[in-house]
Ligand binder design. Sequence first.
Ligand SMILES: Cc1cc2nc3c(=O)[nH]c(=O)nc-3n(C[C@H](O)[C@H](O)[C@H](O)COP(=O)(O)OP(=O)(O)OC[C@H]3O[C@@H](n4cnc5c(N)ncnc54)[C@H](O)[C@@H]3O)c2cc1C
Length: 396
Amino acid sequence: MTIRIAEDKCTGCGECLAVCPFEALSLVNDKVVVNEACTLCGACVDVCEFGALSMPPEEAGRQPVPRPVDGIWIFAEQRRGRLAPVALELLGEGRRLAEELQATVAAVLFGHHVRGLADELIAGGADKVYVVDHPTLAEFLEEPYAAALTALARRYQPEIILAGATYIGRAFIPRVAAVLDTGLTADCTAFSIDPDHKLLLQTRPAFGGNIMATILTPSSYPQMATVRPRVMKPLTTDHDRQGEIIPVSLPELDQPWRCRFIQTISEISETIPLGEAEVIVAGGRGLQDAKNFRLLEELAELLGGAVGATRAAVDAGWISYQHQIGQTGKTVAPKLYIACGISGAAQHIVGMQSSDLIVAINRDPQAPIFQIADVGLVGDVFEILPALIQHIKANR
Ligand SMILES: Cc1cc2nc3c(=O)[nH]c(=O)nc-3n(C[C@H](O)[C@H](O)[C@H](O)COP(=O)(O)OP(=O)(O)OC[C@H]3O[C@@H](n4cnc5c(N)ncnc54)[C@H](O)[C@@H]3O)c2cc1C
């Protein structure tokens, strides 16, 4: 289906060609014609002052989708009976949005023998917890998880679904959005509510982090988004909070699946994982050489922390990718982040700006990292780091 054209009204002015984002319009013999690239976005209809373009009657008469009734849902990811921290972070954000929307916050919990986690979710901010307890959901598998969330959303009609942009969320949430025929914004860093239409404004970095794009899902429900772990803040746990636990049985899960779970093999790591470290000492191009990362390791060891890096340092081969922090690396929010020889590019900052205390060491007083640093030390890392290490050792 494409846009309708009234040839007798078309003057061949070409205004519509200029606004079509899909190059679906062209002029033939001074009359506009449309091709199959048309998505019925309606941009051309709005600019045509001669009334030559119109939506097909089916689209023009389409009724607005009624607003769903079940407020904000948080997908409460758990692994082996432990809630992923991002679940509580999303609950904190969900509560804030719920106040603006005058809506409820529900957590959706999948697994087997996980009902005990529902109390943690209520203490973390949920008004109610939908618990789908089924052997098929004991370990994460994309197909049954997607089927369960889709069935649940169809049954209870949430207005918004938020999930962590973890490997689990990234794997199955897009399937749910596709089956529900709605939009999904991945890797959001902020949310707000549009005051006029009460829609969710979903903000995320775009074009390599150079701009922040705000995305809307204006014509379908639920509005769906994923959020990287450690971007949002959890609420203080309140065990006196009251909430409702709703066990749900889904017949959709009783079927054979194409994949089955066989075994989990845990990665063996000798250092503190970056995501769990309370202190991170990170280095950038200013470290100048792989061997100089030894200084960072020494300081990190003294502080009980982990070593992070910028993409520039990783690309130079000074440290492995698993240490990279930023847009194409990990997102971290430690209590203390010490940035050494790091300029503070937007793509790096997006991965560490939620740290509680940021200390930056850079010899360039104009370095952008100082704009977000709580403590800035202008000087040479090769003088400051050894002095800091000596000072800590001497005061042990
Ligand atoms: C699509 C895309 C994704 C990206 N993803 C990431 C990402 O995930 N993570 C990431 O980090 N980057 C990422 N980048 C790269 C990012 O744009 C920057 O290039 C990178 O972060 C710069 O790293 P840096 O700060 O180490 O290096 P530089 O920008 O070169 O900064 C080095 C700093 O060290 C200082 N310095 C030099 N010598 C000394 C010294 N002796 N003592 C003290 N200070 C010194 C300098 O003054 C300078 O400020 C991405 C880029 C793109 C386009």
